[in-house]
Design a protein. Structure first.
Length: 402
């Protein structure tokens, strides 16, 4: 994937912004690339603070819920950025404005907005925020933003980097806001910002090879390789190529009462029984060859084939070892980045995604420095925002309203 040159320390000052819940600085890089100057940063996680300081030569302020930290925010800034954590809101009725959000970190954001009234807000969260508590949480957030004097998209702006050709599926909800007095006659531009963004969407997804290095590091273990070879043999030997249910080895020979299980689970168990019955001769040989899978970690006795019929082998795909089983997915997009123990495996290279490759998937510059501990680095990237998506959204705000 072609990477445009990004310089982390530019603070050109076309506009000023503050970076709350800053993580490792994804918002900062995106807005600096658009000409902004960061004038305040807050992040409580010590590891993230250290990474931020190494890259920006600034120590972020700590816990934004503390009055002394809020009081350190300068009065003069244009944009409030916040990839805020989502805690459950009160279910007391969602009628009382700020009271509905009290005890949550969004309440602290509201306090800062009410005091400083910046021209723009740029918020980000997990996509599930939209449906949390049957949509009430998201409605409460929008109700407060409206009362604070801002316009925002009418429909939830849920976007994944693959919309811009980056080979990763990572949907997040973005809430760009414009202060009502600034919006003036352009209200429809913020309410329907998705129309502008859709002009930039592409169906041409870059190959996963575009972010991969030619490397021999991060090879999977001999145990992991043995597990993958075992399931590859299983997939090639059964009569079903599009598997629409999880494979649960422990239920192949189940003869108990399915009524003892929830309906959804009973249906999956029955499908496993049927699969075994049709392929009994092969599966019995497979089980005997692999010692009835007694040597496997329990979760690795399960397999989820999510690659359709276009791929003939586990090693053609992207794989993850997850609590739900060995998940096999199409090799067209990576899944959301997660911690080290679920790190994605590139089947054809029999190795895991590296930190540098994960940086590219999040659009971080090559020069960005991350911790040497892979688990910490992957967690930080997994918790970060995608820089390209942020840039594409806020560029429209600047173009239409500045």
């Amino acid at each position: 994937m072609t990477q445009k040159k990004q310089i982390l320390f530019i603070n050109s000052g076309k506009f000023k912004f503050i970076d709350l819940f800053a993580g490792i600085g994804g918002f900062r890089i995106a807005l600096q690339n658009l000409g902004g100057k960061c004038v305040f940063t807050s992040e409580w996680d010590k590891n993230a603070q250290e990474t931020y300081k190494i890259n920006f030569n600034e120590q972020p302020f700590g816990d934004i819920t503390k009055p002394e930290i809020k009081n350190a925010i300068p009065t003069d800034f244009d944009v409030l950025c916040a990839g805020f954590p989502c805690q459950p809101f009160s279910k007391s009725g969602f009628r009382n404005g700020f009271e509905d959000t009290r005890g949550t970190l969004f309440f602290d954001i509201c306090q800062i907005i009410e005091k400083h009234k910046p021209k723009y807000l740029f918020l980000e969260n997990v996509a599930n925020l939209v449906s949390h508590d049957k949509g009430n949480t998201y409605k409460t957030i929008l109700k407060n933003l409206d009362k604070l004097g801002y316009y925002f998209p009418v429909e939830p702006l849920v976007i994944s980097p693959d919309k811009f050709g980056i080979p990763i599926l990572r949907p997040r909800v973005y809430i760009p806001c414009v202060r009502k007095d600034i919006a003036k006659k352009n209200v429809s531009k913020i309410k329907n910002i998705i129309a502008e963004l859709e002009k930039q969407f592409t169906n041409d997804i870059n190959s996963i090879d575009s972010v991969l290095d030619k490397t021999s590091e991060n090879k999977i273990s001999s145990y992991e390789l043995k597990i993958l070879k075992m399931w590859d043999e299983f997939y090639k030997g059964i009569d079903l190529k599009v598997i629409g249910f999880p494979i649960w080895m422990e239920f192949f020979k189940y003869d108990g009462n399915l009524d003892n299980f929830p309906l959804w689970k009973a249906k999956f168990i029955q499908k496993n029984i049927d699969l075994y019955t049709r392929n009994k001769k092969f599966i019995d040989r497979w089980l005997k060859k692999h010692d009835n899978l007694d040597w496997c970690v329990k979760t690795h006795r399960k397999m989820e084939w999510q690659a359709g019929a276009d791929y003939k082998s586990v090693f053609d795909c992207i794989i993850q070892f997850r609590p739900s089983g060995v998940r096999v997915k199409r090799p067209t997009k990576f899944s959301t980045l997660v911690a080290m123990n679920h790190q994605q495996i590139i089947g054809k290279y029999k190795r895991k995604l590296t930190i540098n490759e994960a940086k590219r998937l999040q659009s971080f510059p090559e020069t960005y420095k991350l911790p040497k501990t892979n688990a910490i680095a992957m967690k930080q990237l997994g918790n970060s925002v995608n820089i390209t998506v942020l840039e594409r959204i806020f560029e429209i705000i600047l173009r239409k309203f500045s």
